[in-house]
Design a protein. Sequence first.
Length: 269
Amino acid sequence: MEAGASVGSATILRSPDRDDGPSPTIPKTDTSGGPAHGEGPRGRMPRTLSCEPPLRKPISLSVLPIWLASLISMLARLDHPGFIWRTLEATQQDTAKPNGDRETNVKQRAVFSDTFQRDIENINLLATVLLTANFSFLAIQSIDQNGLSYWSQRLSYTSLLSAMASVVMGLAIRTPRFFTAHSSFYFQTMVVVLGFPFELFLCSVFFFIAALVVHFNIHTAKFQSSAAILIFSLVFVCLSFYWLMTEPRDGELVCWKAAASRDEAAAAN
């Protein structure tokens, strides 16, 4: 099992960047034993840790589709769904109850909540900046005088509405309510809901870029069009190398922070 998997004898959902074979239905964590009250190897933060990025792993036909999906997620969605998946997964664990019901680790949930709140605050701030950019773009005379049938204006308005929706959704879930993944449907739905403000923000970015590119092409602005192609080609190249040379450890980080908080509380007592 990959180091990013759930702890102990866990049975996990596979996040978009996992390559460790077929995934069962729901994150599970054995809480009946092991160090740090069942947190297993994710209970304490190690002093050193070696990264195992895709660039250092052998390529096989079985993992190639998963790697391609993970790379596409990084390029198209900046791996944000994977971030939500891994950190939320770290909060879920099995119980020793006869009915096999699941529970949420409260300390790890608190760490996830703090991390998620900071993420939402950043998204709302960036979406607000994008709202201002769209208002400024629509105020340009060459954009405004062509009316609502002008494609750049249509795309900019769509970007503006997406940014507004991102801010509203972010305000609604900025402090995530308590959640337990009683089934895979619960878990996957919550991943989509919690990641939706970022998805809307990303759509707003794409629509705004499209509005700029269409405006450049209509006015035969070859220099601006070439600059846009060059800049975003470099972005995709850098993101590809970033994916190849790094390894996601968001789930472990949630567990390590919760364990560190517990150790600090124990030392204080």
